[in-house]
Design a protein around this ligand. Structure first.
Ligand SMILES: Nc1ncnc2c1ncn2[C@@H]1O[C@H](COP(=O)(O)OP(=O)(O)O)[C@@H](O)[C@H]1O
Ligand SMILES: [Mg+2]
Length: 151
């Protein structure tokens, strides 16, 4: 369990994550209530990876693609995902079959369709700025990723 006392700590975590080469082909899931800080973490991570310009959040589109130097990134928000047909129609299967970093908010809403999460980041808001964070790394890739961050 980690504590982020402020968004600076969130940003520092994002930088540590961004420094891991294994991130380039990982699937990260973000868990927590509305306002917990899932999108905020993703934005810090995208910046740390070198994404330039305005960072749009996925809303009705469910997924927003990003380009970092040498790395394709897809940021999913499955909050409004409710039609499994969209999985095929919108090309999500193809995205998960492609190399690159995939990030997902509300993965529970597409749980039957997504691959297993490499690193699940659970964020809980304690007050305005403090967050309790729990990490689960169920795959070998996720475990190596975490080991790299704590080494
Ligand atoms: N330590 C922190 N980490 C992440 N967000 C924080 C933190 N402290 C305050 N916040 C604020 O909490 C809000 C989180 O919103 P958001 O990232 O959109 O949440 P979610 O995507 O989980 O619904 C933002 O306004 C952000 O500035
Ligand atoms: Mg969000």
């Amino acid at each position: 369990m980690l504590t982020w006392h402020s968004e600076d700590d969130t940003a520092a975590f994002a930088r540590a994550l961004a420094a891991q080469p294994l991130l380039a082909n990982a699937f990260l899931t973000l868990h927590g209530d509305l306002g917990a800080g899932k999108t905020t973490l993703v934005r810090h991570l995208l910046r740390a990876l070198g994404v330039q310009g305005r960072i749009k959040s996925p809303t009705y589109a469910v997924v927003e693609p990003h380009e970092a130097p040498g790395l394709a990134i897809w940021h999913f928000d499955f909050y409004r995902f409710d039609d499994p047909r969209e999985w095929e129609d919108a090309g999500f299967r193809d995205i998960f079959a492609s190399p690159g970093l995939k990030l997902a908010e509300w993965p529970e809403k597409a749980a039957a369709l997504t691959p297993p999460s490499d690193l699940a980041i659970h964020i809980e808001a304690i007050d305005d700025t403090e967050r309790k964070v729990t990490l689960h790394a169920p795959t070998p890739l996720g475990r190596s990723l975490l080991q790299g961050m704590t080494a």
